[in-house]
Design a protein around this ligand. Structure first.
Ligand code: NI
Length: 250
């Protein structure tokens, strides 16, 4: 159920039965030779839509550009400053809170967003509590859930890709986008098949160490069928987390 596909009357009715909303958050950054630049936003969005359908919950607009400074050595990557992302999240949440939403479940597609999301939550709580005081029955809560979180997901990734999963342009995220958008599947030669792993500093250092953009992964192993398995494992995990989060009273 997408917020943007409802009328205001439908949202008023929804609010009589739920104060919860799911907000996908991703990134727009290079994902290696066969990974889409929108991978992190696409993954967060497709999982969020699945969770929204299964949990009968609203899904708000995707925050599509995140914290991606270290990918700026590759054409097409975009980044926002942490202060910008905090401001966007603050404004999204506080505008929805005016209508009565109180449980904000962010489904995240990009590890680089995590620290800034936590800072944004602190900013939101400070402002909201300053405005409404500490009324227990009117608490506003935010939660961050990564689509790859949970034991079942790490077991699946080990089983399907083993050490070829990697840490950027991962085989599983590329597979998930192939499942979500089969018309965008790319073929590319990768040399070496599994990219090197390691640390990096700024964007120039990243590009020098990881010339095709991947870190530790072999996403040429990705297929839409494998992506479907990740989708079908992630969605029920997150439905459980969302349902217990919106049901929290204590
Ligand atoms: Ni990614």
């Amino acid at each position: 159920m997408l917020l943007q596909h409802q009328t205001w009357q439908e949202i008023e009715t929804y609010l009589t039965r739920s104060k919860g909303i799911i907000l996908p958050i991703g990134s727009t950054e290079q994902h290696g030779p066969n990974g889409l630049i929108g991978t992190d936003a696409i993954c967060a969005e497709v999982i969020a839509r699945g969770v929204g359908e299964a949990a009968d919950a609203l899904v708000g607009p995707t925050i599509g550009v995140g914290i991606a400074v270290h990918h700026m050595g590759f054409a097409g990557s975009m980044t926002v400053r942490p202060s910008t992302l905090i401001a966007i999240m603050h404004d999204y949440v506080l505008s929805l809170a005016r209508h009565g939403f109180r449980r904000f479940f962010f489904i995240n597609g990009h590890g680089g967003n995590i620290a800034t999301c936590q800072a944004a939550f602190a900013e939101i709580y400070a402002e909201f509590e300053g405005a409404v005081g500490l009324r227990r029955d009117d608490e506003l809560r935010c939660r961050l859930a990564n689509w790859w979180d949970g034991k079942a997901m790490s077991v699946l990734s080990k089983e399907v890709f083993g050490d070829d999963e990697g840490s950027h342009a991962t085989a599983s995220e590329v597979a998930l986008t192939q499942f979500a958008l089969p018309e965008t599947i790319k073929q590319a030669q990768m040399d070496p098949p599994r990219a090197p792993s390691g640390r990096f500093h700024g964007p120039a250092d990243y590009r020098r160490r990881f010339p095709d953009g991947r870190i530790g992964s072999n996403p040429s192993l990705a297929t839409p069928e494998k992506g479907k398995r990740f989708y079908e494992t992630s969605v029920p995990e997150l439905v459980k987390s969302y349902t217990s989060f919106v049901g929290e009273n204590a």
